[in-house]
Design a protein around this ligand. Structure first.
Ligand code: M6R
Length: 580
């Protein structure tokens, strides 16, 4: 999703802004731009495509803002790239989020003689600020936010004004504090190179930043206190360490992540009659594994809800329900809205979140951090495994079996390392299949959410069409897709449904489908019905999802790499989805 960076200080803003935008690239974007004040003139450099392209020009000045855009309104183009100027070139704005009433505002502004230079919803903000300005920039922003409906974090600078002014309602914003310089960003990763001291801006707050002063106000203009937080991860954690892609590095970090996530402790009461898990994408598939685990281990009924559906379906939420949000970024708009709804209805909310102090982490009643560390690749890998470990821990905790389970979980780290040693053999399988256009993924029981996750990984980064089904559903329709051209990844560990899944594989073979089986080491019988086998280490049945995760990620990775895809920044995708 879009990224924002802002700088005010004594240094040249150009390189600081561009570097900041490079740190935000992982969020996904299609165009980028910066604006810098140079002798009371606003200069703009904005381009379609990569941040890298901004380096062809150098702007001069010590106050500036920058943006990476992920198109929502108006196609990706130079014209629709941020920042946006008002008609007199006095104000310039960058914006994340969606202004829902922009058409109405555009119409009104047009009647007042404003000509728009883009097709975006964002441009209305700068024209409104310009109209509302009567000598004080913060006051102009205060008036403007009253006219806006939607979600936003925006930042404005004025040609002859030594201040950045920003407002937040629904999209992340963080201030970075330096010595005689201050920063603003949508994400701490853009700030860590300069400072560890940050202030998280809350919804309905306006922040006024000078090089030596930060003031925060509510939307009524009242001054507010703020807390300075110290962030504890550094830039090195966000580098590739010699791996070709962040995704591969993050896959190989998983043994460490498992070790870290095992340390999580819960303080939650155990009095809930029902649990509802809300999440999106990969986090929702972790949630589905969580459902199987909590129901099996703790015998508490669990409902899984896709957050974007949950928020609009008038869900039944009881006061003694526990609503669990799972999110890597902690900024996913739909998951956040689902949590807000649950709180309104009086339920207890609990977050399994990776990014510390993110919006959802601050919104929920209680939070545990999943401890994956910064995840840069758009395709979630290590965050997924950390969510799984956290859900195992939660299930055992709710069943009062934490102590014995910790011993079991601790034995998993060397097994994950063993699974990673499959890398080269999986690459060879990828070489055989990377030209195919369609894949099926099947699994039963605990392996079904893994099939969903495996298919999502493949489609996200390789752009291959992949469908996942519970293996037992095959005959109810999808078996019609089986042919020599459509390989199936069959997840078939030696668990209680092994024979059932095996039967489904037989059905595929009978129809000449190619099968890549993920099976337990030592399973000789699977050879008769598989074209390729990825043998995973043997573990206690309930822990197979943790082990199966690895070959699914590696298979998707190598197929995408062979297709020369932009693995860390797949087309159309954003790392944190801050608009609905
Ligand atoms: O930050 P979140 O965990 O809330 O994000 C949820 C999904 O957007 C995310 O998992 C998405 O599906 C990933 N690209 C999957 O790799």
């Amino acid at each position: 999703m879009c990224g924002i960076i802002g700088y005010i200080g004594d240094k040249e803003a150009n390189d600081i802004l561009i570097k900041g935008l490079e740190q935000l690239e992982y969020r996904g974007y299609d165009s980028a731009g910066i604006a810098i004040i140079d002798n009371n003139q606003i200069r703009i450099n904005k381009v379609l495509g990569r941040v890298q392209n901004l380096k062809q020009r150098k702007l001069i000045g010590n106050i500036g803002i920058g943006h990476t855009r992920w198109a929502t309104h108006g196609k990706p183009s130079d014209r629709n790239a941020h920042p946006f100027l008002d008609q007199r070139n006095n104000f310039v704005v960058v914006h994340n989020g969606i202004i829902e009433n922009y058409l109405e505002l555009k119409e009104k502004l047009r009647k007042e003689g404003i000509t728009f230079t883009s097709d975006t919803d964002s441009e209305v903000i700068v024209h409104l600020i310009s109209q509302n300005y009567h000598g004080n920039l913060k006051e102009a922003v205060l008036k403007t936010v009253k006219e806006l409906i939607g979600s936003y974090a925006f930042c404005v600078i004025k040609n002859d004004w030594q201040e950045l002014v920003a407002a937040r309602n629904g999209s992340p914003l963080v201030v970075g504090l330096g010595k005689d310089e201050n920063f603003l960003a949508s994400d701490v990763s853009a700030l860590v190179e300069h400072t560890r001291d940050v202030i998280y801006v809350n919804d309905f707050e306006i922040v006024k930043i000078k090089k030596d002063q930060v003031k925060i106000y509510d939307f009524e203009g009242n001054k507010k206190d703020y807390n300075i937080r110290t962030i504890d991860w550094d830039l090195e954690q966000a580098q590739k360490d010699g791996y070709k892609h962040f995704m591969l590095k993050e896959i190989f970090e998983q043994p460490k992540v498992v070790e870290e996530s095992i340390k999580i402790k819960f303080g939650l009461k155990k009095e809930y009659s029902r649990i509802i898990i809300v999440a999106c994408g990969t986090a929702s598939y972790a949630g589905l594994v969580g459902k199987y685990l909590i129901e099996r281990i703790a015998r508490i009924p669990v409902i899984n809800e896709t957050a974007s559906e949950f928020r609009y379906k008038d869900p039944i939420i009881n006061k003694n329900d526990l609503i669990i949000a799972i999110s890597q970024s902690g900024e996913t708009a739909d998951t956040l809205a689902a949590i807000k709804l649950a709180k309104e209805k009086g339920a207890k909310t609990f977050g399994l979140i990776n990014v510390i102090d993110s919006t959802i982490a601050r919104e929920v009643d209680d939070v545990v951090y999943t401890r994956a560390g910064p995840e840069i690749g758009v395709a979630s890998t290590k965050a997924f495994i950390s969510q799984l470990v956290t859900l195992y821990k939660l299930a055992f905790y709710l069943a009062n079996k934490d102590t014995e389970s910790d011993d079991q979980l601790k034995r998993l780290k060397p097994i994950i390392i063993e699974a990673l040693s499959l890398n080269e053999s999986i690459k060879k399988i990828a070489e055989q299949y990377y030209t195919h256009s369609n894949f099926l993924y099947i699994g039963r029981n605990l392996s079904f959410p893994l099939a969903l996750e495996g298919a999502l990984k493949l489609k996200e980064i390789s752009y291959i069409h992949a469908e996942a089904y519970p293996a037992g559903e095959l005959k109810h329709g999808p078996i019609a897709l089986v042919s020599e051209e459509t390989p199936t990844v069959a997840i078939c560990p030696q668990d209680q449904v092994y024979d059932k899944t095996r039967n489904n594989i037989e059905e595929i073979k009978a129809r000449l489908g190619k099968v890549i089986s993920i099976a337990t080491i030592g399973d000789e019988r699977i050879k008769e019905i598989s074209d390729n086998i990825i043998y995973i280490p043997k573990v206690e049945e309930i822990f197979y999802p943790l082990v199966i995760t690895i070959p699914l990620q590696l298979l998707a990775y190598h197929i995408a790499d062979l297709r020369e895809c932009d693995i860390d920044k797949p087309r159309n995708l954003a790392k944190s989805v801050t608009v609905e």
